[in-house]
Design a protein around this ligand. Structure first.
Ligand SMILES: [Zn+2]
Length: 145
C-alpha cells in the first residue's frame, strides 16, 4: 500500500497533466503491489485449506473446518473479482503508456470525464467518476425495489 510520502508527492504537483506517464506509473506500481498482495493471500488460503483437510479427523472439527472453508471460498470469489479489475486497470495503464492518446485508466467509463487523482488514490480500480457512481447507485436501488 502507498506510503504517505509518495501520496503527497503526486498531490502537490498542481500543474501536472492529468494521467501523465509519471502518474500512470505511480498507479501502475500501486496496482501491481495490491495484485501481488491479493495473490499471496489467495495462496495462503489455499494452503490453509489443504492443512485443514489433513489435520481434522474429528467430526466436530470437520464441520467447523467446512464452515470456515466456505467463508474462505466466498472471500476468495470476491477477491478474484477484484483481481480481475486490477488486471484490467493494469492493462489500461500499459496501453496508455504505449500510446498517450489512449485514455482509459483514470477516465470515467460512462461520461469519459476525469475520475480524479484523489478518488483513484482512495479506490485504485474506480472506473466511474463520482457523479456516475452516484447515478448508478440510484438506478440500482430503483431496480431492486
Ligand atoms: Zn462519469
Amino acid at each position: 500500500m502507498p506510503s504517505s510520502n509518495k501520496k503527497s508527492q503526486i498531490h502537490t504537483e498542481k500543474n501536472a497533466t492529468y494521467m501523465n506517464p509519471k502518474q500512470l506509473k505511480h498507479f501502475l506500481g500501486l496496482l501491481k503491489a495490491w495484485l501481488q498482495q491479493l495473490e499471496d493471500e489467495t495462496q495462503q488460503v489455499l494452503s490453509e485449506i489443504k492443512d485443514e483437510e489433513t489435520h481434522c479427523p474429528d467430526m466436530i472439527d470437520r464441520a467447523n473446518a467446512e464452515e470456515q472453508l466456505s467463508l474462505e471460498i466466498l472471500t476468495n470469489q470476491r477477491d478474484s473479482r477484484v483481481i480481475d479489475r486490477i488486471k484490467l486497470s493494469i492493462s489500461d495503464i500499459e496501453q496508455s503508456l504505449n500510446d498517450p492518446s489512449h485514455h482509459s485508466y483514470g477516465y470515467c467509463k460512462r461520461c469519459k470525464n476525469e475520475i480524479g487523482i484523489e478518488r483513484l488514490e482512495a479506490r485504485l480500480i474506480a472506473n466511474l467518476c463520482i457523479e456516475c457512481k452516484k447515478y448508478q447507485e440510484v438506478i440500482e436501488e430503483q431496480t431492486q425495489t
